[in-house]
Design a protein around this ligand. Structure first.
Ligand SMILES: Cc1ncc(COP(=O)(O)O)c(C=O)c1O
Length: 391
């Protein structure tokens, strides 16, 4: 690729159709030398002719082809962002965003942006986590904050604030949003600064958080899964929640293309691992609850809680025991019940894996009971799993 070391810009005649109240922005953004007056029409091709030191030809040609691309002022770009948001409303509403770059919270969706030169954006070097907002409480917030702190350490990202401050900012962001039900998603990155591969140009780590409203109820309908053909991440990366979710996204898309809800990964030894954003568990014919070990997969907060709540079923005699172990595909496919577990699905019954119908092909009774346990826990569980949000 041509070296960009010496860039030169030539500024032919300056004519502008910009409202005069914005012209200072062109000067401030260094797009126009201050000694040149702005008169009438100005086009992108007039303004930007970039040459590399190795090239005699312009890299961006001054032809009419580019003249339909407008040069926007900062205010105009924000206006476009606002309009873009209004025209592309999805099912989700983003109620509030915290950014350590602003040092504050915004509620206007157009302002919910991340700098282009953040190491997380251009190198995928960032970590994230999600906690459910249920009935004005953050479910398992402590556990999710513990995990992002661990993920950040594994990704060699220095925390932007101490743990307590991070937690306080997250609660305050939800508080400002007035969200009753939804989710809180948050990221830690090395922050903005230069486009280097290492973080040497990043001076200040960043924290971002967004509150997403979700009024839909958790679905308990049985779903189909397939075995993923997309390779799973090696343990070093699968055990941290980094923003590198390309294999996860491709795996989910593969499932959807096959008419399934999710694709299940098998590890290098052929044992059942996890789904693209959830853990898996089984109820065997011997009434054992069986869950894969967590040494090669993400240590799911929901799965851990389900294991604790399932102990009640062992006490009642409905489960013989709980076992966290290697799970072979045969063992999984011949189980009475299979379930997906995670913050996004809670506990979701699986009724078919590839061509194999699981159990009697209906939502398993123990799976349904565990879903009800989690729903109840979200409503009235102990303070260790429910952090109240002041509104
Ligand atoms: C790969 C993966 N495994 C498991 C989980 C489940 O974790 P949790 O229950 O903490 O949401 C997630 C959650 O996003 C995930 O991305």
């Amino acid at each position: 690729m041509a070296s960009m070391a010496s860039l030169s810009a030539s500024y032919p005649k300056y004519t502008s159709n910009f409202p005069t109240r914005y012209t200072h922005l062109l000067y401030d953004l260094c797009l126009v030398p201050r000694n040149l007056p702005l008169v009438k029409k100005l086009s992108f091709s007039d303004l930007t002719i970039v040459r590399s030191s190795n090239q005699t030809e312009s890299m961006i040609d001054s032809t009419d082809k580019l003249s339909d691309i407008p040069l926007l002022s900062c205010l105009e770009a924000i206006e476009k962002l606002k309009r873009n948001r209004e025209n592309n409303k999805g099912n989700q509403q983003y109620l509030a965003m915290y950014s350590s770059i602003f040092g504050g919270i915004v509620t206007d969706e157009a302002a919910m942006v991340i700098p282009m030169d953040d190491h997380m954006v251009h190198r995928g070097h960032g970590v994230f986590d999600t906690a459910i907002i249920a009935n004005r409480h953050l479910y398992e917030l402590d556990q999710h904050v513990d995990r992002i702190v661990k993920s950040a350490t594994m990704a060699k990202i220095i925390l932007p604030f101490d743990r307590e401050t991070i937690q306080r900012i997250l609660i305050q962001t939800v508080s400002v949003s007035k969200c009753i039900n939804g989710s809180l998603r948050y990221w830690i990155s090395a922050g903005p600064g230069e486009f280097q591969l290492s973080t040497s140009g990043c001076h200040q780590p960043a924290l971002y958080a967004i509150v997403i409203e979700d009024k839909s109820l958790f679905d308990s309908k049985g779903i189909k899964v397939v075995t993923s053909s997309i390779p799973m991440k090696p343990p070093q990366f699968a055990t941290m929640k980094s923003v590198n979710y390309l294999p996860n996204a491709l795996s989910k898309m593969e499932a959807e293309e096959k008419g399934a809800y999710a694709a299940i990964w098998l590890d290098d030894d052929g044992f059942v691992a996890e789904g693209p954003s959830m853990n898996v568990a089984f109820i065997t014919k011997e009434k054992e609850m069986l869950m894969p070990k967590i040494d090669k997969i993400l240590n799911g907060c929901t799965a851990k809680r389900v294991l604790t709540l399932a102990e009640g079923l062992v006490r009642e005699g409905k489960l013989r025991r709980i076992r966290v172990d290697n799970v072979s595909v045969d063992e999984g496919k011949s189980a009475d019940e299979m379930m997906l577990i995670g913050s996004g699905v809670l506990v979701r019954p699986v009724i078919q894996w590839d061509e194999q119908v699981i159990g009697d092909g209906k939502e398993g009774p123990i799976t349904k009971t565990l879903l009800n346990f989690i729903l109840e826990d979200m409503k009235s569980g102990p303070s260790s799993v429910r952090v109240p949000v002041p509104y």
